[in-house]
Design a protein around this ligand. Structure first.
Ligand SMILES: [Zn+2]
Length: 103
């Protein structure tokens, strides 16, 4: 998984193109991410036991991983994530722009 929870990402496609946000949840199976403040959809709700207000609410929906780029915390550039193997064989993510290890 190239992008994970708590990463900062830049949206590069779709209606939220150019916006930045923090990944709230990652769904590796679907290759989708729920990003704070991105991809609001309108949802119609009915008053049920749990939801008291009926009407339309806006809610974030997961977007596909290919629509975002990781923002490097070091150089602050949107980057393609690369992988690098450490001496102990551990694989870590690295910024494709400045080469900084991300985790
Ligand atoms: Zn970087």
């Amino acid at each position: 998984m190239k992008i994970r929870k708590d990463d900062n990402v830049l949206v590069i496609a779709g209606k939220d193109k150019g916006k930045k946000g923090k990944v709230r949840s990652a769904y590796p199976k679907d290759e989708r991410l729920l990003v704070e403040g991105i991809n609001f959809i309108k949802k119609h709700t009915r008053a049920t036991g749990q939801v008291r207000q009926a009407g339309i609410i806006e809610q974030e929906a997961p977007i596909h991983m290919s629509n975002v780029m990781l923002l490097c915390g070091k150089c602050n550039h949107p980057t393609r994530v690369g992988f690098r193997s450490l001496k102990d064989g551990k694989k870590v993510r690295a910024c494709g722009s400045c080469g900084e290890v991300i985790d």
